[in-house]
Design a protein around this ligand. Structure first.
Ligand SMILES: NC(=O)C1=CN([C@@H]2O[C@H](COP(=O)(O)OP(=O)(O)OC[C@H]3O[C@@H](n4cnc5c(N)ncnc54)[C@H](O)[C@@H]3O)[C@@H](O)[C@H]2O)C=CC1
Ligand SMILES: [Mg+2]
Ligand SMILES: [Mg+2]
Ligand SMILES: [Mg+2]
Ligand SMILES: [Zn+2]
Length: 440
């Protein structure tokens, strides 16, 4: 028996083969995700209209923002199919298709990966050492080893930083944390060894965390050290090197604090692999057979996108109620199970602004440890432009011109909105679209 979903798709593809534009439009208005899907033969609706020379039906698909670059199993696009079967009017239509033009509005990627806040990796994680007890014990005992302290997911930092200065992590040595290391309540996560090192020693880093204030167990507490209050904006003020380490440590610790019990059977668990695994203590638990992702730290993928107007001169930004006054940023949303990044971008934009999106282009990503998101940054082009915001999530969404974005970037007095902070990937998506140089 065919599932309802694939039956729907076969009906849609059949309408494309017959050139039945009414059915195509009707079905798309109910379920837009049919647009670029391929059937059992590997053909999309657009390819079928191209195969049979149905001009009007092909236009219906194109005006819905259909992706002209999709290929069948032989690697042919709809345009290739039309060319092969001699439907020249369709070839012409596809060559000048809006999808084709819209795609050109998408800025290309930088040759180098951008150095966005939280992304820098100064440590080699050495995951193969996580189960090597002897090696870990030696690193733990080494006087040079760096220990970071966390309490309620906040790192211990050094005071003294002025308002606009970087906040520094308090890096403790082995001798200071002896009591913490032997306390059974301490949670320990091995973070890795420094990549850039003088000499031939290995400089390892660990994160330590306890439920009660761990500084009570410190030998010689630095009176000027304190736990950062709240994630924002403190974590954004860390240096790029420290921010990368904290992104890793905070996400793993947040996972421990939220997944204390086995998600499969709710029994107690024990920590293994230097803080990277929790194993159920109940013999016979299903999570002990094979590999279960419930035993490992979680990462939640989130798409974040700058929606470009089909005129190429404007972009859409929205604001949540919790944003500081005047700030507008890119729309974002969690990727749902069984969804591609492109589909997630189209769905979230549609849900939050009512705007339909055509082509989507991945640009770059950012670790976002609140508590463990991976922000997947995209540009995309809208195929409709009327905004109708989802009041639950977004207070307001608007189209902004390039000039307005430029004014906001340089904090000109004419600026009509405030940019998201430069540490957020939303800022980078905007800046990349404007094509500014790094000095801005
Ligand atoms: N670095 C940056 O520039 C930005 C980062 N973000 C981050 O992206 C995250 C997601 O963006 P939203 O617009 O809030 O997502 P969203 O548009 O999917 O809406 C959030 C809602 O989705 C539901 N949801 C679905 N899956 C979830 C999951 N795995 N965890 C939590 N809630 C889930 C909840 O009901 C939640 O209230 C934010 O929590 C924020 O931390 C958001 C914007 C900018
Ligand atoms: Mg959202
Ligand atoms: Mg949403
Ligand atoms: Mg969502
Ligand atoms: Zn279990």
């Amino acid at each position: 028996m065919m599932s309802v979903r694939s039956e729907l798709l076969e009906r849609f593809l059949d309408a494309a083969s017959r050139g039945d534009e009414q059915t195509l439009s009707l079905m798309l208005s109910q379920s837009r995700e049919l647009l670029d899907r391929r059937g059992e033969q590997g053909w999309s609706a657009l390819m079928l209209t191209a195969r049979h020379g149905h001009y009007a039906a092909a236009r219906v698909l194109l005006s819905s923002g259909c992706d002209t670059s999709v290929t069948n199993r032989s690697g042919q696009t709809a345009r290739d199919v039309a060319l092969f079967w001699g439907h020249r009017h369709i070839v012409r239509l596809l060559t000048s298709a809006p999808g084709h033009e819209l795609r050109q509005l998408l800025p290309s990627r930088d040759a180098e990966e951008p150095d966005i806040h939280f992304n820098r990796e100064i440590l080699d994680r050495m995951s193969d050492k996580r189960s090597d007890g002897e090696w870990l014990a030696a690193r733990r005992a080494s006087p040079e080893t760096v220990f970071l302290l966390f309490h309620a997911l906040s790192p211990l930092v050094l005071s003294g930083a002025e308002e606009d200065e970087e906040i520094k992590l308090c890096k403790l040595r082995s001798a200071a944390v002896q009591e913490l290391l032997t306390d059974s309540r301490t949670l320990e996560v091995f973070l890795g060894v420094e990549k850039q090192q003088e000499g031939d020693g290995m400089l390892a880093w660990f994160a330590l965390s306890t439920e009660e204030d761990p500084t009570q167990l410190l030998k010689d507490k630095d009176p000027s050290s304190f736990f950062l209050q709240g994630a924002m904006p403190g974590l954004l003020r860390l240096s790029a090197d420290d921010a990368g380490v904290v992104a890793q440590a905070r996400s793993v610790l947040a996972w421990h604090s939220r997944y204390r019990f086995c998600p499969t059977c709710s029994s107690d668990t024990k920590v293994e692999e230097a803080g990277y695994k929790r194993t159920c203590l109940r013999a016979g638990c299903r999570s002990l057979q094979g590999v279960h992702n419930t035993c490992y730290p979680r990462v939640d993928p989130v798409v974040i996108m700058l929606v470009l107007h089909p005129d190429g001169k404007q972009c859409m930004l929205g604001r949540k109620k919790i944003f500081p006054p005047g700030m507008f940023s890119c729309l974002a949303g969690f990727v749902e199970p069984g969804e591609t990044l492109e589909a997630a971008v189209r769905r979230e934009v549609q849900e939050e602004s009512g705007v339909q999106v055509g082509p989507v282009h991945y640009l770059s990503c950012q670790a976002w440890p609140m508590p463990s998101c991976l922000m997947i940054g995209c540009h995309c082009v809208a195929v409709t432009t009327d905004i109708k915001v989802d009041q639950n999530e977004i207070e307001e969404a608007r189209w902004f011109t390039r000039q307005q974005v430029m004014d906001a970037l340089v904090k000109d007095k004419r600026a009509v909105f405030i940019m998201p902070p430069k540490q957020a990937i939303a800022h980078y998506l905007l800046k990349h679209w404007i094509g500014c140089n790094a000095n801005l």
